[in-house]
Design a protein around this ligand. Structure first.
Ligand SMILES: Cc1cc2nc3c(=O)[nH]c(=O)nc-3n(C[C@H](O)[C@H](O)[C@H](O)COP(=O)(O)OP(=O)(O)OC[C@H]3O[C@@H](n4cnc5c(N)ncnc54)[C@H](O)[C@@H]3O)c2cc1C
Ligand SMILES: NC(=O)c1ccc[n+]([C@@H]2O[C@H](COP(=O)([O-])OP(=O)(O)OC[C@H]3O[C@@H](n4cnc5c(N)ncnc54)[C@H](OP(=O)(O)O)[C@@H]3O)[C@@H](O)[C@H]2O)c1
Ligand SMILES: Cc1cc2nc3c(=O)[nH]c(=O)nc-3n(C[C@H](O)[C@H](O)[C@H](O)COP(=O)(O)O)c2cc1C
Length: 604
């Protein structure tokens, strides 16, 4: 399509200047698309660093696709993960495009964390020659929507980089905003590369909003009219029937881990082993009643829920707002309402540790009790509250072995604090408040970075203590059904063999018939000194090294805070010792494993 055909919004159209500018940018992006051959004919091209920060593969997938298109347009593209990318290299780049997601509570995805930490060090070299753009992926249900994209954008600007296109923030359905963004950025690169006058203008937010860094951003949400909604997403989940539910732990165990089986036969849901299942939970009705009991409201008062509309307060508290945890924002707003000096004092930066101690193990009920009359209207209450977000569970079934089913392996969160028994929202709903035959909203969260090796003959090493076993049960069933001949080695651990050996019968039978080559178990509390999975890796270090050298893929799933870090350290130590390498060479070896898609983590 010729550039002269690009439509534009006239000056007298009923839009503000900011809205008009955004729409013109959007239309330019949409209409000025030139087929790859035409772009390839442009006289000048650029060297572009295309850098992605991705945890579950969405940003990576987009970056890979975009890389092909940029190359087709004649640009020289350096495609790289931020994992292992040395930030100082940026100083030598002139054009960098970032596609990054946000994880945790508004944080960088794990692989991008070291990069961002290094970028934030004092006296980081200025990036005065850098022209850059950020595509931020996120999910607007989270309190800190696209926060890492925002932080990265602000940091690059702070270091002297020049933004060539305003940051776009994509909600869960990325396809339409990505398509608009890539056209706009393609145009900007063409403008920069060639002396032809500009066509596409930057894309500021339709409402002209300005973020903390002073930059503008355009958020394109799932609800955007340009977005084609895929069948079942977290905004349009599938009501799955619970077909089976059983405890995997013995009644005498100190915890409860359950196996839940959802029927998806009559749905369009598809998944692959390695994916997670999102569950859209509800709060405990008794807790909602306790909250209402602490307030002067009946629960029938209408409240507005963003993206949902008007619902009675009780329904809002049950389905849409988080009430089981306290956040700094809640305390800040409540302290202001209640004019409470004690709570207000906790918010001072020098009292961060005391604030964290106060937040730990308390919920909305505890806060409301501090000053019973502080909240006067239902709207004031819900404005304080974060949204209730879905919980993810690594799928423990294989679509090949368990057609029409999604299995999950759920550890039930219960604890006692500040004189009350408390529970995790979703895991207690699954264990206490739904029965076989009931329906529950679920969706699939793809995890493209946690896939079995393409070569069915390749060996795999799986390390998954506790609920970390979930995807490995799926892997093992899948590999059996597809007839994969590669060797399988599983490291599993839990508290006690007698009470917590999850899927014991299945695993022992796979070991007996040879499908599992090795099964190493670490039952931490069965002896005085704790034994963990990484101790068994060390015990079998020579063999472990042999498998690595044979091209094995290593997978780790489960606790991110301690286990995954310790296992990672052990992997490095084994490589160092068995490969007779320096620590640096061992680090490089492990980096190479990641780069070659032989080291994958699904940790939470
Ligand atoms: C990709 C991914 C895969 C996952 N896979 C699995 C899986 O296969 N199986 C599984 O069981 N989980 C899995 N999880 C974790 C799961 O999503 C939920 O986080 C978990 O079930 C807890 O959710 P909940 O709603 O029950 O608890 P929440 O309502 O979220 O409560 C948990 C919170 O309670 C508080 N808390 C807990 N214990 C205490 C205590 N002792 N004292 C004070 N406060 C406490 C903490 O603030 C904690 O963050 C996965 C998570 C991710 C991101
Ligand atoms: N970020 C989070 O909020 C988070 C992270 C992980 C798990 N969880 C929740 O915790 C609950 C229990 O999880 P789970 O059943 O999967 O596992 P778990 O009971 O916490 O642990 C499984 C096994 O791992 C051992 N372990 C503890 N520290 C380890 C370490 N540093 N290295 C290796 N192994 C270690 C445990 O030993 P000991 O207990 O005897 O030390 C136990 O034997 C779940 O509800 C889960 O959602 C929450
Ligand atoms: C555990 C978890 C935490 C998340 N936290 C946030 C968040 O704080 N803010 C946000 O905007 N999106 C958040 N998201 C959504 C992701 O950014 C979004 O799904 C993105 O498309 C993932 O891209 P990736 O696959 O490249 O990592 C979170 C997702 C998960 C699974």
């Amino acid at each position: 399509m010729s550039q002269s055909l690009v439509p534009y919004i006239p000056e007298d159209a009923p839009f503000t200047p900011a809205q008009r500018s955004w729409l013109n940018g959007y239309l330019a992006g949409l209409y000025s698309y030139a087929p790859p051959q035409a772009i390839a004919d442009t006289p000048q091209t650029l060297r572009v660093a295309l850098l992605y920060g991705s945890q579950t593969g969405t940003a990576e997938g987009l970056a890979r696709k975009f890389s092909k298109e940029l190359k087709a347009a004649g640009h020289t593209v350096l495609l790289a993960s931020l994992e292992g990318y040395v930030p100082a290299t940026l100083a030598a780049e002139t054009h960098a495009i970032f596609i990054v997601s946000t994880h945790g509570e508004g944080e960088a995805p794990d692989p991008a964390q070291p990069f961002f930490q290094q970028l934030c060090v004092e006296h980081f070299p200025l990036l005065g020659n850098l022209l850059y753009a950020v595509l931020a992926l996120g999910d607007s249900h989270y309190e800190h929507f696209c926060q890492f994209g925002k932080d990265l954008d602000a940091k690059l600007e702070g270091l002297g980089g020049t933004r060539i296109l305003e940051r776009i923030e994509c909600d869960v359905d990325v396809d339409a905003p990505y398509a608009a963004w890539k056209k706009a950025i393609g145009n900007r690169l063409r403008e920069i590369a060639s002396p032809v006058p500009a066509v596409a203008s930057p894309v500021p937010a339709p409402n002209g909003e300005t973020n903390a860094s002073g930059s503008q951003a355009s958020a394109i949400h799932a609800a955007s009219p340009h977005t084609a909604s895929p069948a079942h997403t977290r905004d349009n989940p599938y009501l799955a029937t619970l077909a089976g539910k059983r405890a995997l732990t013995h009644p005498a165990s100190s915890k409860l881990t359950m196996h839940l089986d959802f029927a998806i036969t009559d749905s369009s849901i598809r998944y692959e082993v390695g994916d997670s299942c999102g569950v859209v939970p509800e709060n405990c009705p008794e807790l909602v009643d306790t909250v209402l009991g602490a307030l002067p409201f009946s629960g029938n008062e209408p409240i507005e829920v963003p993206k949902i509309g008007s619902v009675p307060l009780r329904e809002g508290l049950l389905r849409h707002f988080a009430i089981t945890k306290l956040t700094r924002k809640m305390v800040t707003e409540y302290a202001a309402l209640a004019q409470c000096k004690r709570l207000g004092g906790l918010l001072a930066p020098e009292h961060q540790a005391e604030l964290e101690q106060y937040l730990h193990g308390r919920d909305l009920v505890d806060l409301l009790k501090q000053c019973p009359d502080a909240v006067q209207t239902p709207d004031t209450l819900v404005r304080m509250l974060p949204r209730l977000v879905p919980r993810l569970y690594s799928i423990s079934s294989s679509p090949a072995a368990h057609p029409g089913q999604v299995h999950t392996t759920v550890s039930v969160v219960r604890y006692h604090s500040h004189d009350r028994d408390r529970g995790g929202v979703c895991s207690t709903q699954l264990s206490d408040r739904i029965e076989v035959g009931d329906r529950l909203p679920i969706y699939i969260q793809p995890n493209k970075k946690f896939r079995l090796p393409q070569d069915p003959a390749a060996p795999v090493i799986m390390i998954g203590p506790g609920t970390g076993i979930a995807p490995f049960r799926a892997f093992l069933h899948e590999r059996r059904v597809i007839g994969a001949t590669g060797r399988n080695w599983l490291f599993f651990g839990d508290r006690s063999a007698a009470t917590d050996f999850l899927y014991r019968d299945e695993l022992e039978s796979m070991l007996a018939d040879g499908h599992l080559t090795y099964l190493d178990t670490a039952f931490s509390r069965d002896q005085e000194k704790k034994i963990y999975v990484q101790d068994l890796m060390l015990k079998n270090a020579r063999q472990f090294w042999g498998w690595l050298e044979d091209g094995a893929s290593v997978y780790v799933c489960g606790d991110a805070t301690h286990m995954a870090k310790d296992v990672d350290q052990m992997l490095r130590s084994i490589v160092e010792m068995q490969g007779s390498m320096s620590r640096e060479a061992a680090e490089d070896y492990v980096h190479a494993l990641k780069d070659n898609h032989c080291y994958h983590r699904d940790v939470y």
